[in-house]
Ligand binder design. Structure first.
Ligand SMILES: NC(=O)c1ccc[n+]([C@@H]2O[C@H](COP(=O)([O-])OP(=O)(O)OC[C@H]3O[C@@H](n4cnc5c(N)ncnc54)[C@H](OP(=O)(O)O)[C@@H]3O)[C@@H](O)[C@H]2O)c1
Length: 264
């Protein structure tokens, strides 16, 4: 049996990845959809009656819930393979480090970093080798630069990007396709949660991307086994600039996130 596992499937880009996976050819025999809000996941079996789903209401920032998932993956039959793994669950919060509670910071690291590592370790031995088993990770353009006012989120995505790049290198020759997706601002629930009532700077609103398009590009880039998927010219330019201009210059220009807001 070929299995697809998609985290963050209840919303935004994760939801778009589910739609892509259902329409993929050949389709996965079973799609495991993971998020905390099960009622949001429950729409998929009604929407796609021919696709088999397993809905898992799990909080991936909690050790107990990671264990539940590890047990389910461990109990896979030897004939079963993970053909698709998409890790889209993640969150960010705008604000200076000193203003954010230690608990919230820990939760962000647990979800954006720890779950990346633990889930990868769980699925990697079961990945479909040779036939191009697919692994897609939502990092962010925030991974390209440190960001005052969005520091922990940017650092967590830098972790994800670095981790995925090494994962690719370590698994070269196994016939896997592994991609880190690094968009700028995308129109999903993410921004409302991250901004907590603050407004997004106008230049970020101007480059706001459509989640359908970001995921369509990510899907294609992963099909071609590209290391990175970067949507849109402004974000490609940001990546280029971040590779050339010393980060100290950006840090001076950016100042505090309270005044200027984040750069996703
Ligand atoms: N939108 C942007 O501007 C943007 C830009 C660059 C990168 N990204 C990254 O892209 C990914 C997807 O974000 P999105 O824009 O699609 O945001 P979104 O609409 O807020 O979706 C986030 C998903 O993560 C799930 N999630 C959050 N906390 C979780 C937890 N503790 N355990 C399990 N699942 C959890 C949410 O489901 P439940 O709440 O139901 O658990 C939801 O399905 C994230 O990793 C984000 O950092 C977003």
């Amino acid at each position: 049996m070929r299995i697809g596992i998609i985290t963050g499937a209840s919303s935004g880009m994760g939801r778009e990845f589910v739609k892509r996976a259902v329409l993929d050819s050949p389709p996965c025999d079973e799609l495991w959809l993971i998020a905390r809000r099960k009622e949001r996941l429950a729409v998929f079996p009604n929407l796609y009656k021919k696709q088999k789903f397993r809905l898992l209401s799990l909080d991936l920032s909690r050790e107990e819930d990671l264990k539940v998932l590890a047990e389910k993956i461990d109990s896979l039959d030897k004939k079963d393979h993970v053909a698709l793994f998409v890790h889209s669950a993640g969150f960010g919060l705008v604000g200076d480090i000193r203003d954010m509670s230690p608990e919230k910071q820990g939760e962000m690291v647990d979800l954006n970093c720890r779950s990346v590592a633990e889930l990868t370790a769980m699925v990697l031995p079961h990945m479909e080798e040779g036939a191009g088993g697919r692994m897609i990770y939502m990092a962010s353009a925030a991974a390209f630069l440190p960001q005052p006012g969005f520091a922990l989120y940017a650092a967590s995505k830098a972790f994800a990007l670095s981790y995925v790049r090494s994962l690719r290198a370590e698994n070269r020759g196994r016939g896997l396709r592994i991609t880190a997706v690094c968009p700028g601002s995308v129109k999903t629930e993410f921004l409302d949660k991250a901004l907590e009532g603050r407004s997004l700077p106008f230049y970020k609103k101007m480059v706001m991307a459509d989640p359908v398009k970001v995921v369509a590009k990510a899907w294609k880039d992963n099909e071609k086994n590209r290391e990175l998927s970067v949507y849109g010219i402004p974000i490609k330019a940001t990546r280029l600039a971040a590779g050339i201009i010393p980060h100290a210059v950006f840090l001076r220009l950016m100042g505090s996130g309270k005044k200027k807001g984040p750069d996703r």
